[in-house]
Design a protein around this ligand. Structure first.
Ligand SMILES: [Zn+2]
Length: 466
């Protein structure tokens, strides 16, 4: 069933300030700005919230009794790749909407394709789409479409001048942010940040392999994805690791970018994570707080490694029966994965405590991350890492709005803000998995009555109920 192409029935509010299209009564409103407000009346007119309060005088064309229910702002998935899997084209927006996701931040795709998605979202109830365009990479580039699993979502640049020209071109195309990638040189990275500032575009990125997180944070990188390449700076072996990395980056064997990058990660991730130096780490965290450098940890992407059989000590005992050197190799690799996941979970906890701003994002649909559903799993893992349920909600609502300087118009349940809302049957603050107990989604003032998929049938049933 199609929910995104339905006509938007936008009735203007009556002259009477207290009359609107939809009135939610007796609801518990939850958001990161106002906290918990019980017994609220929330009035929606057109695409906006026009009243929030305890008054019972408001009237509307449609009244919904919210007794025993909870209302949160529309959610964001702050790290998606809409164009990564073309087979999802038709299902993408429905899956997101059905899960209460009303805005997404696309962190890498071919510019013409992501622009088309952005356009598509404007003329329907589909989630708002914020785009970065392609990954701006150095030489050799990683995502050039030359190898399987590395589609052409990146652009390889050879000089700072080329980077500046590309930034100008992307800014003119209408991107909302830029994505800086791992193989950029320090000179090119600096040029990118300066040119982005000229165009007033935020820049997100992986910390480039040629630089430290402190360097890029101090130079003005707005956000870092996946906690990638942060472990080196927190390591007691940072100097040694950085020297090794520099030598590998010279690429004497002329490896393709994807291979060179993964070889560097393999050689260094575990070593960095296992040699955490608290003092160094605190220094980095202080820098991230000072510069308010956003973090999008995308924990789901790694956390899956932590909980399956190969992280289970009982299962690891079965390795005893394997011949060498397989036994040692498997044991080591399984342990390395666990160490890296623990490092990430620990880091997110430290960030939340110190005040490093965090956004909830998934990297969907990469690695089995079903659009929409995966964001709710990310919220669960963020809470597992140490965020409070409210902090997790904040990371998926007001924080991404702040990132794009849209927090005056979205991200909380306030008058004059857009009526993107999610009605829940259970309290997300007592258990964050209750963000999945969705009864209804409000998008631009239209109610989407959704019967989310019954876990057994795996079918999505969505109907419009205007
Ligand atoms: Zn990504």
């Amino acid at each position: 069933l199609r929910i995104i192409s339905c006509a938007h029935e936008s009735k203007l509010a009556d002259q009477n300030q207290n009359h609107g299209d939809i009135l939610l009564k007796n609801i518990t409103a939850i958001d990161a700005i106002n906290g918990v407000r019980r017994q609220q009346s929330i009035l929606i007119a057109g695409e906006k919230i026009v009243y929030v309060g305890e008054a019972n005088t408001a009237t509307a064309n449609r009244v919904i009794d919210g007794s025993g229910k909870f209302l949160i702002p529309g959610l964001w998935d702050a790290h998606v790749h809409l164009t990564f899997e073309p087979a999802l084209d038709d299902a993408m927006f429905n899956l997101l909407l059905a899960n209460g996701i009303t805005s997404v931040r696309d962190t890498g795709g071919q510019i013409d394709k992501v622009l088309a998605w952005k356009q598509k979202s404007k003329s329907s109830l589909a989630p708002d789409v914020y785009i970065a365009g392609p990954l701006i990479d150095g030489k050799p580039g990683v995502y050039l479409g030359n190898e399987p699993d590395f589609p052409a979502i990146g652009v390889e640049t050879d000089s700072a001048e080329q980077v500046v020209a590309l930034v100008d071109q992307l800014a003119n195309s209408g991107v909302d942010l830029l994505k800086a990638y791992e193989m950029l040189s320090p000179r090119a990275y600096k040029a990118l940040l300066e040119r982005a500032a000229y165009h007033q575009l935020p820049v997100t990125g992986h910390v480039p392999l040629s630089m430290t997180p402190t360097q890029v944070s101090d130079q003005g990188l707005h956000s870092m994805e996946h906690l990638r390449n942060l472990e080196m700076e927190c390591s007691s072996k940072a100097d040694e690791l950085f020297t090794q990395r520099r030598a590998m980056l010279l690429n004497p064997q002329n490896k393709p970018g994807s291979k060179l990058r993964s070889d560097i990660h393999k050689a260094q991730h575990f070593k960095g994570a296992v040699s955490l130096d608290e003092m160094r780490c605190n220094r980095l965290i202080a820098t991230l707080v000072k510069n308010q450098t956003w973090q999008i940890p995308t924990l789901m992407l790694m956390a899956y490694l932590k909980y399956p059989y190969f992280a289970d000590p009982q299962w690891l005992k079965t390795f005893e029966f394997l011949p060498e050197p397989l036994k040692s190799n498997w044991t080591e690799e399984a342990r390395n994965y666990s160490v890296i996941v623990d490092w990430k979970m620990n880091m997110v906890k430290k960030f939340a405590k110190a005040g490093v701003p965090i956004m909830a994002g998934t990297d969907m649909p990469i690695f089995f991350l079903t659009p929409g559903y995966s964001l709710h799993k990310e919220l669960e893992v963020l809470v597992l890492a140490g965020l409070s349920a409210m902090q997790a909600i904040e990371a998926a609502t007001i924080n991404p709005a702040k990132y794009f300087a849209k927090d005056h118009e979205m991200g909380s349940i306030d008058e004059d803000k857009v009526a993107d809302l999610v009605l829940l049957n259970a309290n997300p603050l007592t258990d964050i998995s209750n963000t999945q107990a969705i009864e209804m989604v409000f998008r631009k003032g239209v109610t989407l009555s959704l019967r989310l998929f019954e876990r057994k049938s795996l079918t999505l049933k969505a109907t419009v109920n205007v």
